[in-house]
Design a protein around this ligand. Structure first.
Ligand code: COA
Length: 178
């Protein structure tokens, strides 16, 4: 992952965070595959799908990169992509579209850093609230969102189609930004 865009560090491991664009679609798609290949969060998104999402008004993305040995810095060209977030903010509403952290980098604070950056960006864009959907049986993500102040506001039965013909409900979580 080459450095570029706005970088800031955060998280217990020293993640470098930067805004991502369509040139990063393949990197994001690779992370999406790692995070959602089990089908638990719905379909895996291709690089072209991610490019299309990023072309929509109000869309934005962040990449978190990690350096082995906790040496993350903007000058370090050896940073490895560790996590991504795709979101959209339009008028007073915003939505987290997808979020994932590579298995090797989990439980080091990357998702928290990505989520907080996305909420700050949505607030700056004028959004008063952020919404997201998560599979009912996704314990890790539900725990993350609860810890970050999101509250359950809805449930969509059989929303995520699973391998083998089963399905899981989506829970809708929301958090006020003001
Ligand atoms: C959910 C996911 C994004 C969390 O990423 P992460 O970088 O490991 O999360 P963080 O380290 O930032 O964790 C922040 C908090 O979330 C909660 N959390 C995260 N993973 C958890 C887990 N496996 N079990 C319980 N709580 C968890 C904890 O409260 C944690 O704080 P703590 O470590 O201080 O206890 C990651 O597990 C993932 O990519 N999963 C697969 C894809 C996915 O489910 N995406 C979300 C779809 S809506």
């Amino acid at each position: 992952m080459s450095p570029g865009g706005r970088l800031s560090s955060g998280g217990r491991c020293g993640f470098a965070l930067r805004e991502a664009g369509s040139l990063d679609a393949r990197v994001i798609a690779g992370l999406h595959l790692q995070c959602f290949a089990d089908g638990l969060g719905g379909a895996v998104w291709s690089a072209s799908s991610i490019t299309r999402i990023l072309s929509l008004p109000g869309s934005y993305a962040y990449l978190a990169a990690a350096a082995p040995e906790s040496t993350a810095s903007p000058e370090n060209t050896e940073l490895q992509p560790a996590g991504f977030l795709l979101a959209r903010a339009l008028a007073d509403k915003s939505e987290i579209l997808s979020l994932g952290v590579a298995t090797a980098w989990r439980r080091h604070g990357a998702a928290r850093v990505l989520l907080r950056a996305a909420m700050a960006r949505a607030g700056e864009a004028g959004a008063a609230r952020t919404l997201l959907e998560v599979a009912e049986d996704n314990v890790a993500a539900r725990s993350l969102y609860s810890a970050e102040g999101f509250a359950l506001v809805g449930r969509r039965p059989r929303f995520y189609r699973r391998p083998g013909g089963t399905a899981a409900a989506a829970l809708v979580f929301a958090r006020d930004l003001l």
